[in-house]
Ligand binder design. Sequence first.
Ligand SMILES: O=C(O)CCC(=O)C(=O)O
Ligand SMILES: [Fe+2]
Length: 259
Amino acid sequence: MRPDGRIGGLVQSLSEHLVRNVEEHLLEGARRDFLQRGFTTLPFLAPDEVKSAVADEIESLVEAHGVRRGMSFKETGHTPRQMRNVRHREISEHGTVIPEVYAAPDLLAALTRVAGEPVLPCPYEPERYVITELEQSGDTHGWHWDDYSFALVWVVACPPAEHGGFVQCVPRTYWNKQDPQLHRQFIAQPIHSFELRPGDLYLMRTDTTLHRVYPLSRGRRLIINMGYASQADLHKPISHETMDGLWHGSREEQAGQTV
Ligand SMILES: O=C(O)CCC(=O)C(=O)O
Ligand SMILES: [Fe+2]
């Protein structure tokens, strides 16, 4: 879809916010966190007006195009993925705000400051953005790594940590798709856990941070994950088994079933 005047205004207010309101020390602090733990929250990155426009679009897309999926993949040790989601194709066909925000040059520049290296639009379109809703008891996005280096996650809804839905991660881990050895990663290094609130954003180093969303026991969790590439990603061969299964549908039959 073509951006209209309203969308242009939103991108403009995102840029103005990033340039005028986001102080250097916030980005510096985020950068330290990110380098140390592979994870940092950045609730200050977007103004309320932009967060609500993104949230409204996510809510209407999940209502119109959300599909329940239940899968697991041998490449990540058969951890469960139980969720409803909206994939890139539906978001780019029916969304207006998300595609523009994703590619906003000032957002990429701020993320680049936090990451300490260029944060680039993902060359593989299905991984640019995906909406995930956890809505039933037991819903989870189980332990995995992502194929590309960075994820910016916008949190629209999230229960308090008592009901699950918080993020756990093990930074500085390496994904061997033939033998992921998840238990060895947990034994070798501590697992960090982070509570999230509606309105939060976080950046994760997703190719070298093993991560999951703790299973929900109550409530509802709704996010959009925006995936970005590093310069190195553009040159390395990436096979897309797990993300194709999740976000593209090509391995869905082998991987599990739609529930
Ligand atoms: O829901 C989250 O916070 C993380 C999602 C995620 O890891 C992914 O979509 O690859
Ligand atoms: Fe992920």
